[in-house]
Design a protein around this ligand. Structure first.
Ligand code: MG
Length: 393
């Protein structure tokens, strides 16, 4: 049941001068302030149901796009495609680029709407699986007036009027065919889909899912980001513990790094005892089970699996909760091999997998003074803790 998302970032680059398009502006002036597009992509990628996310950009904007995605490290984010002259051309080109992946459902979303929740993406995608389209929209609540020469001329009935947002979700093949059929300019993808005979359900949108088009919108978005950060005070700690037995081999894999050794480690996956303890610590911090629950050893697809898959998944579960990892600390227990020469590479690898700066990752090791199973070199162990910050409900 694969689901893809297209993020439409139509604004031109600034090579020829002119203002920076809103999706490439930063939300705030703090050193870590992220671009609008970065936030939009983070929100989309927090939706675990999405298998692929593709951004359609203006050919001029390649440099700004590279800066926007630099903080993101997610294999589901595909290389960008170049858009066309009109928005509908852009969407068609992006759909054609996705076609070889044969997604079942596709969501189309504006780059300048960074606050759509994972739950909204999910609700729309779920409805599109029925064969109908679905758009996020909100009923109009303001009084409406028709104007003539700057004067209120006649009231306009608002009953039954909705303001469309994005994401908009559709069965992939039907939307691709509808766009390829061409036609006069359309309001949005819902209109293209309806013209081709499709039905489109209105799904209640979210007030915070506004489109940043003016400077006032940008200020509102900055305020929202600041308020969310201020609410990030639900601090969780999780711990993880794991052991693996030594077996014949010529290397061990620890915290993502292969280290030559006169033995290997036995296990269903690659037996990376450090990453296993760490993934369990992260799951533990958010009360989300453990590796065995998410990746059952009874399932043959995880045989020999590289453990970075588990760690990334644990990190994504935190992101899906709108949280972030504050720090992780791993202690490896072994007599041999020596860990210190590899600790820097391990830190870098874990930082890359979880998107953490180096000072938020710690790798330590200790022997067991020749006592117990570690001391007898029958196997090795790892202990990890993780601190996670979630926002107050
Ligand atoms: Mg294990």
């Amino acid at each position: 049941m694969s689901t893809a998302a297209i993020i439409v970032a139509a604004g031109r680059g600034t090579r020829l001068g002119g203002p920076v398009p809103k999706q490439y502006q930063r939300l705030g002036v703090a050193p870590g302030a992220e671009m609008v597009l970065t936030r939009t992509l983070r929100a989309a990628l927090a939706c675990a149901e999405l298998d692929a996310v593709l951004v359609a950009i203006h050919p001029d904007a390649a440099e700004m796009y590279a800066a926007a995605v630099a903080p993101l490290d997610d294999p589901r984010l595909l290389p960008p495609v170049h858009g066309g002259a009109e928005r509908s051309d852009t969407v068609r080109l992006a759909l054609e680029a996705l076609a070889p992946r044969t997604p079942e459902v596709v969501l189309i979303h504006d780059a300048a709407r960074p606050f759509a929740s994972p739950a909204l993406y999910r609700a729309l995608a779920d409805h599109a699986r029925t064969g109908e389209g679905a758009i996020a929209a909100e009923p109009v609540v303001d009084a409406l007036w028709r104007e003539a020469d700057g004067m209120a001329d006649a009231p306009a009935p608002r009953a039954g009027l909705w303001r469309a947002q994005t994401p908009q979700a559709f069965p992939f093949d039907a939307l691709l065919r509808a766009h390829q059929a061409g036609g006069p300019p359309a309001l949005d993808d819902a209109e293209v889909f309806r013209r081709a005979g499709g039905r489109v359900r209105l799904i209640p949108g979210e007030p915070e899912n506004f489109k940043i088009t003016t400077t006032a919108d940008l200020a509102r978005a900055e305020g929202l980001v600041a308020a969310r950060e201020a609410r990030m005070s639900d601090i969780r700690v999780g711990h993880g513990f794991d052991v693996h037995r030594f077996c014949p081999g010529d290397h061990v894999r620890l915290c993502g790094i292969a280290i030559p050794h006169d033995r290997g480690l036995e296990g269903h996956s690659d037996a990376d005892v450090g990453l296993h303890a760490l993934a369990d610590a992260i799951y533990g911090a958010i009360g989300d089970g453990d590796i065995g629950q998410h990746f059952p050893p009874s399932d043959p697809q995880w045989k020999g699996a590289e453990s970075h898959i588990f760690l990334r998944h644990a990190g994504e579960r935190v992101a899906a909760r709108g949280g972030r990892i504050a720090n992780v600390d791993v202690t490896l227990l072994c007599e041999r091999p020596k860990i210190a020469p590899h600790a820097a590479a391990m830190k870098a690898r874990i930082g890359e997998l979880l998107g953490l700066e180096p000072d938020r990752v710690s790798i330590k090791a200790t022997t067991m003074e020749r006592m117990g199973f570690v001391g007898r070199e029958e196997g090795m162990g790892a202990i990890a803790t993780a601190t996670v910050i979630l926002s107050e409900k």
